[in-house]
Design a protein around this ligand. Structure first.
Ligand code: GLU
Length: 464
């Protein structure tokens, strides 16, 4: 048997990091088993579905490198759903429900007061056929509901969570067609998964409650059941719901913040699945080799920004310096800095060990633009005492005569400090402040070499 999986996002928002994790697990499973990966856009909700969100989903998947083998849009498959709706109706497994929104709200309130989970009470299920016809002919709006079995159990043999049993009494008569005739999620998803011969449904745990309902639909339609694997939720590091600040952002927002796809893929793959007892760094090819549904955890995955940053830094450093330059350049341009190419390469060489996100390059803008501001506390500390200023001025006069090679600069500065009974730091900090405006930078003498004598002298002369 060849495997087929699908990722089925609704284009009602940008592709979120949680959705991307679901897509990735499906992709890894397909590649690991030599199967097919389908992308299905679930756009039956005309109000909320937007082309721009669909495009965001495509762009994000492409950026992550999760290419699909087949693409479908539910909005283009309405005739198919209609055909199966008719079949189901003919077999007597559905009924028209004429209950109005007000009536349903009332029923729901009643359940709320009784503190019981709401379930449609089946008023219209009991309606005589002729009565239903009469109401329909009178033009009263209706939805089509599925006759859920009222006895017995529905069992999911979940590949991640094991056996999950539902009492059929708890399942309500789900709506298959809205008043405007548009088929609902639960109906389309079953028809599609069956016709697309999806063998494994890998999706978020939040869909578990839909699964017994869908299983009953499979049975009613005479379709063969697929396997189900519900993957765990992603929680924030404090184990609460993942808010936007805690990581629940769109993939494209991660891209804009300077994360690179190799790191995001590795990071997402670790959210709820293990590949080794000791290692955590797995490029896509390695993930494909190792991915097993049996290694997906039952318990929630925790989103950890420190790990993401670590992985991002790691994958940045796997690249060559010209590649890193190409990656950081757009971020500099966006910040209004047009870097000179040979200077950019030198800066990348200096900074690459420290980069966690590509946007960190903006911290090094002093290489490309004038320093106009100085850290106020540091300025106060190093440039208020007249004796310190005098020493600084002496240093800048003397250094003007030496060659701007990091090793020479260091030797000279050490010597100068010693000669004046100072620690090296007492000179390094004010010099760094003059050259960068900051308290931290890569090694000062390397920075000086990259900036060159002319720029350094200008800046040393400007600060006091
Ligand atoms: N369109 C559904 C969603 O966005 C897909 C659920 C499923 O995978 O069955 O959540």
């Amino acid at each position: 048997m060849t495997t087929t999986v699908r990722f089925a996002p609704s284009p009602t928002g940008n592709l979120h990091i949680g959705g991307a994790r679901t897509a990735l697990f499906n992709y890894l499973f397909a590649k690991h088993t030599g199967g097919k990966f389908i992308l299905r856009i679930e756009d039956t909700d005309k109000e909320r579905s937007k082309k721009e969100f669909e495009e965001n989903i495509f762009a994000s998947m492409k950026w992550l490198g999760l290419d699909h083998d087949e693409l479908y849009r539910q909005s283009e498959r309405m005739d198919i759903y209609k055909e199966y709706a008719v079949k189901l109706a003919e077999s007597g497994k559905t009924y028209k429900c004429f209950c109005t929104k007000e009536e349903l709200d009332k029923k729901r309130k009643l359940f709320e007061q009784l503190k019981r989970p709401y379930k449609y009470d089946g008023t219209c299920r009991k309606l005589a056929k002729e009565k239903a016809e009469e109401l329909k002919n009178s033009g009263k709006p209706f939805v089509v509901r599925f006759k859920m079995p009222e006895e017995g159990e529905t069992v999911i043999n979940d590949l991640v969570r094991g056996k999950i049993t539902f009492d059929n009494k708890e399942l309500d008569d789900i709506i298959l067609e809205r008043t405007d005739g548009v088929p609902t999620y639960n109906f389309c998803v079953v028809v599609d998964d069956a016709l697309m011969k999806v063998t494994h449904i890998i999706r978020g745990e939040d869909h578990i409650s839909n699964t017994p309902r869908q299983i009953q639909l499979y049975k009613a339609l005479g379709f063969e059941l697929p396997e189900f694997a519900h993957i765990p939720l992603i929680l924030a590091s404090d184990k609460t719901r993942l808010s936007k600040r805690a990581g629940a952002a769109a993939v494209t927002e991660y891209q804009d913040e300077g994360y690179i796809p190799q790191a995001v893929v590795n990071f997402l793959a670790l959210l709820g699945c293990s590949y080794s007892a000791t290692e955590e760094i797995f490029p896509l090819s390695e993930l494909i080799k190792r991915f097993e549904l049996t290694h997906v955890n039952k318990s929630a995955a925790i989103f950890d920004f420190t790990k993401l940053d670590f992985l991002n830094g790691y994958y940045i450093r796997q690249k060559t310096e010209p590649e890193i330059a190409d990656l950081v350049r757009p971020f500099l341009l966006k910040a209004g800095i047009t870097p000179e190419e040979s200077l950019l390469l030198k800066v990348v060489k200096l900074e690459k060990e420290r980069l966690k996100k590509l946007t960190d390059i903006i911290d090094s803008k002093y290489f490309f633009t004038e320093v106009t501001e100085y850290d106020p506390a540091a300025f106060e500390k190093h440039f208020k005492d007249p004796a310190k200023i005098e020493l600084f001025k002496k240093y800048r006069t003397e250094i003007a005569d030496i060659s701007f090679i990091a090793a020479d600069l260091e030797a000279f500065t050490r010597n100068f400090a010693e000669k004046h009974g100072k620690k090296l730091g007492e000179l390094v900090h004010p010099i760094r402040l003059a050259l960068t405006g900051k308290l931290v930078s890569p090694g000062l003498f390397e920075v000086m070499e990259v900036l060159g004598k002319e720029v350094c002298m200008k800046r040393l002369n400007k600060i006091v």
